[in-house]
Design a protein around this ligand. Sequence first.
Ligand SMILES: NC(=O)c1ccc[n+]([C@@H]2O[C@H](COP(=O)([O-])OP(=O)(O)OC[C@H]3O[C@@H](n4cnc5c(N)ncnc54)[C@H](O)[C@@H]3O)[C@@H](O)[C@H]2O)c1
Length: 463
Amino acid sequence: MTRRKWKSSVLFIRVLGDEQIMSNVKAQMSNQLINKIKNKEARIAVIGLGYVGLPLCMEFAKKGFCVTGIDVDRKRVESVNKGVSYIGDVKSSEIKSYVKEKSFQATTDYRILGKHDAIIMCVPTPLRKTKEPDISYIIDASKKIAKTLKAERLVVLESTTYPGTTDEVIQPILEKSGLKAGEDFYLAFSPERVDPGNEKYNTANIPKVIGGINSQSTFMAKTLYNQVNDHVIAVSSSRVAEMVKLLENTFRSVNIALVNELAIMCGYLDIDVWEVIEAAATKPFGFMPFYPGPGIGGHCIPLDPFYLTWKSRLHGYEAKFIELAGEINRAMPEYVIRKIRDILNNRKKSINGSTVFILGVAYKKDVGDWRESPAIEIISMLLKKGANVSFNDPYVSEINIGNTLMRSKDLNKSLLGKSSCTVIITNHSVYDYKFIVENSSAVLDTRNATGRLKRIFENVFKL
Ligand SMILES: NC(=O)c1ccc[n+]([C@@H]2O[C@H](COP(=O)([O-])OP(=O)(O)OC[C@H]3O[C@@H](n4cnc5c(N)ncnc54)[C@H](O)[C@@H]3O)[C@@H](O)[C@H]2O)c1
């Protein structure tokens, strides 16, 4: 089909119903890969076996596909092949059974990609120190894919990134293979929306958005994800799909910043911000609750919006909301330090020389991921100010603060009693908050984990 015809197919997506577009597109395509996917004969390769990639491998294996995971981290590859999980949401027993029945294996060897029909990239997309996107992992993986790329293959990017990455960056790299994207092979973007630790929503039941570089690519990616996802939504291009993810995470960042600022204002006015949010959330329309905290962490919310500001700046537009939200959210750890200082000051103590016990260093509850966690910055600041700091986290055994390794300590009466201030940074569900409050001298609760206890005990202070 000519390029012009493809463009008109893409345009159709916006005006026709999903089913009608897809049947028009399908009529123009070879059935080879479509049939392989539908018959579960397509071999799937997932590049990057982290929080996103490993659960995705499990989903494809569960649905009867043969899956290969590729990672540059030899330890992760060995762990997978031994059936040992390092991701909270994936059970070792699950990996073990797929490895045993040979429907799942892991390797560091990219050459194996030549034998795969669908290749999905789930590599990291961090920010550089300058807050510019670092898509070097995507580029590296794409260059390696190009070396063995063949016709009638599907390549999908799931890593969060700025609009244009798939068609402006990946497509030219893959086309160095001599094959034409959208004609010889298919290329699409599908944002990953997984929420680690969420027991209700997982890789299979979170609706999946997909957008190809042309309608054939969208069709092929939709065909693939239909096998593992309950609900797949096709959009008109890879750029739209890339923007969808950035909207979702920018929405969270901006709304969290709003309630963080509200928490600061409530602090001055001596109002319980959580009580305010709880009551506001009773409105059945037009309000969605977000909650304040000690700062944002993890691999997504603190980073993703800046992929958008960067891209927008290239077009001469400064994204104001994102920058302001980032500023407010980044200032929260400092606000927590002020709160600790005030609590100690009222007891005629200073941070310098006091023992502070941090509960929870993971960036959110019930997970062991401490990347970008505000706890790290809070502990660093306390150490710099001369505090003796220890921490407990049932999911994190050790952390690095600069060059210093800190190990999780037992949560017991003795350590709580010895500390001048206990600070709840992460509201893990397994904590016994009554025990914590009863045995602490003072508790700063940055997450409302103590709930109504703070109305009963005078030693509990809110954010
Ligand atoms: N973690 C989340 O909750 C989440 C949710 C939605 C989207 N995302 C996005 O998904 C992407 C992956 O995130 P993650 O949390 O799974 O990251 P992760 O760090 O947990 O895993 C990434 C894996 O990729 C491997 N890797 C790096 N470069 C590679 C290469 N060139 N070839 C093969 N493997 C390579 C790493 O060794 C690592 O095991 C990121 O873009 C992230 O923003 C993450």
